[in-house]
Ligand binder design. Structure first.
Ligand code: NDP
Length: 249
């Protein structure tokens, strides 16, 4: 059996890191990217290498299509065609819309939405080669609970994640003919660097409105991403799975 090749953008920290860990097994090659924090990405590689799991680390700004293409080419050269793409890289912007300048909005749009489209476009030819050989071909996009609820203090962010949901559905329709399955997960408040700087009031609000009365852990997200890429999970595509402890906005 050939090993699965899993590519995770932003796999050095937070949710992306945990997704790499969840997929790590003797039957996988893990390729992960970072944009600024090379040290965290290298630490993931060291951890996996110590467990005899092959892992490569690639610098990447998902805003740039040709850089995405170069990473895909490098991963294919090293490990063969890609089986799983996890579009995890993202940034947030927590400000009232009227106080945001256009550069800040543009950075969020080009990372969270254009970046997902860039990476998908670059990876689909490789996924198609995998499925043509009767191997797995999966894309999981990391959306957000704000895509459904909207978040007054995170306008550009909420818009990009709603765009990711739409993109997920369109890709699912377009790529089904190649046996490529595309889904998204939409986490609520997950404890990572991204949520560390949010005000205490946001944290208390989540505790108040979520049925489970707790914030999420990175493992809560990685478990569902892994499930969506299981060989047996074949007939569900174009879905957005909310992982928010029953927050319901
Ligand atoms: P972190 O801030 O911990 O990690 C973000 C990752 O994205 C980092 O690895 C970072 O790279 C990478 N990244 C940022 N900008 C770029 C770029 N331009 N090109 C390539 N990579 C980039 O965030 P989380 O782990 O919390 O978030 C991961 C995903 O989950 C995001 O898409 C986020 O929107 C989504 N999400 C998070 C929630 C939460 O509550 N935490 C809730 C809902 C969704 P580097 O390490 O080099 O800085």
């Amino acid at each position: 059996m050939s090993k699965k090749v899993v590519l995770v953008t932003g796999g050095g920290r937070g949710i992306g890191r945990e997704i790499c860990m969840a997929f790590a097994s003797e039957n996988t090659h893990i390729a992960l990217t970072y944009t600024r924090d090379a040290q965290s990405a290298e630490q993931v590689k060291q951890t996996l290498t110590a467990r005899h799991i092959s892992c490569s680390v690639h610098p990447l700004n998902v805003q740039n299509f040709s850089l995405c293409q170069s990473v895909v080419d490098a991963v294919e050269r090293e490990y063969g065609t890609i089986n799983v793409l996890v579009n995890n890289a993202g940034i947030t912007l927590s400000k009232q819309f009227v106080n945001c300048d256009e550069t800040e909005n543009e950075a969020v749009l080009s990372t969270n939405l254009q970046g997902v489209m860039n990476m998908t476009l670059a990876t689909v030819p490789s996924l198609k080669k995998s499925t043509k050989n009767a191997e797995l071909g999966r894309i999981v996009n990391i959306s957000s609970n704000t895509s459904l609820c909207g978040n007054a203090g995170q306008v550009a962010y909420s818009v990009t994640k709603a765009g990711v949901n739409g993109f997920t559905r369109v890709c699912a329709r377009t790529l089904a003919q190649y046996d490529i399955v595309v889904n998204a997960v939409a986490p609520g408040y997950i404890d990572t660097d991204m949520t560390h700087d949010l005000p205490e009031s946001t944290y208390s609000h989540v505790l108040k409105v979520s049925a489970m009365k707790r914030t999420g852990r990175v493992e809560d997200v990685s478990a569902i991403v892994q499930l969506l890429c299981d060989d047996h999970c074949q007939y569900m595509t174009g879905q957005v799975i909310h992982i928010d402890g029953g927050k319901f906005c």
